[in-house]
Design a protein around this ligand. Structure first.
Ligand SMILES: Nc1ncnc2c1ncn2[C@@H]1O[C@H](COP(=O)(O)OP(=O)(O)OP(=O)(O)O)[C@@H](O)[C@H]1O
Length: 295
């Protein structure tokens, strides 16, 4: 199988409202794909179409080589899926609920369940109905991953998780990828996607506005630098190719540079530089520009 997810012109209308408008997406296996967009952009609609829970109005989608409409049952059997608002059964405790699902799936290695529960600090003995939103979400994560599916689709998986558990969760996602699996996860938080995803897609108003690797995005992102000189910063810095922003405070020039910083450093070198501070490229700015329509 050389493609984990493939869509052509995938479109969904609800009455007259077009929630998704001709999405073309190809995701090879073995990667973590982050699907980003603001509220109402169409993330959940895409995910529900991919999971076979909605029928497309137009276009096609295949998941693990299976058509999500015609071969839905076979596809779902091989999928791990976490819905956006996971509830489960309120009367069952975590273990009862997960054993019930494990039986439906034809059995799972229970050691996988207990080790994931431990990593996520999840008490399997408590009824789902009395769990906090975050703890219930952990049960949802375990049920999506426990059968070691080759593809996992997760709708805003970190909602309600505290930061330490979020890190553990991102570790579980990396484990899936390291075992050769594929993960498709939606989010509206750039930093968590950046921390785990190989590729990202940004959706706005039902259309994909960008698909790229995190590495390429980082190369294109603005890099912020602070150069502190022995004397006043030279005025010529603002004219150097790639310099997008320049503010001066005392003997420090605060710069935002697009692309390579080599030309800037060469121009600054003849002046006495006392300190150079570079900041990690900030993808947030790129995302925000797509979010609000500037991209
Ligand atoms: N069942 C439905 N009936 C009518 N409109 C719907 C339905 N489901 C989604 N929509 C509309 O489709 C659009 C996309 O919604 P969707 O839930 O896919 O967005 P989202 O990106 O997941 O947003 P959020 O981050 O808020 O969950 C929205 O305008 C939403 O109101």
């Amino acid at each position: 199988m050389d493609v984990a997810i493939e869509t052509h012109g995938l479109t969904k209308r609800f009455g007259r409202r077009r929630a998704l408008d001709g999405i073309d997406l190809t995701i090879p296996p073995g990667q973590v794909f982050g699907y980003l967009g603001p509220n109402g952009a169409g993330k959940t609609t895409t995910i529900r179409l991919l999971a076979g829970l909605l029928r497309p109005t137009a276009g096609t989608a295949t998941v693990l080589g299976l058509d999500v409409v015609r071969e839905r049952d076979r596809m779902q059997a091989r999928l791990g899926y976490l819905p956006g608002s996971f509830v489960g059964y309120a009367d069952l405790n975590g273990e009862q609920y997960l054993r019930y699902l494990a039986n439906l799936r034809g059995g799972v290695d229970w050691n996988v369940v207990t080790s994931m529960a431990k990593r996520l600090d999840l008490d399997l003995g408590r009824r789902l109905g009395v769990l906090s939103h975050g703890n219930r979400q952990k049960v949802g994560i375990v049920q999506a991953l426990m059968h070691r599916p080759e593809l996992v689709i997760l709708d805003e998986p970190t909602t309600g998780l505290d930061p330490i558990i979020q890190q553990e969760f991102l570790g579980l996602v990396r484990d899936v990828r390291d075992a050769g699996g594929t993960v498709f996860l939606s989010s509206h938080i750039m930093s968590e996607v950046e921390a785990v995803a190989d590729h990202v897609g940004i959706i706005r108003d039902g259309s994909l506005v960008l698909v790229d690797s995190v590495e390429m995005l980082k190369r294109r992102a603005l890099r912020r630098m602070d150069l502190t000189f022995a004397g006043e910063p030279p005025q010529s810095l603002s004219a150097i190719a790639g310099v997008r922003e320049l503010t001066v405070s005392g003997s420090t020039a605060h710069l935002a540079v697009e692309g390579s910083t080599a030309e800037l450093l060469a121009a600054a070198a003849p002046h006495r530089i006392e300190q150079i501070v570079t900041h990690e490229p900030d993808l947030e700015e790129i995302f925000l520009s797509y979010y609000d329509g500037r991209g």
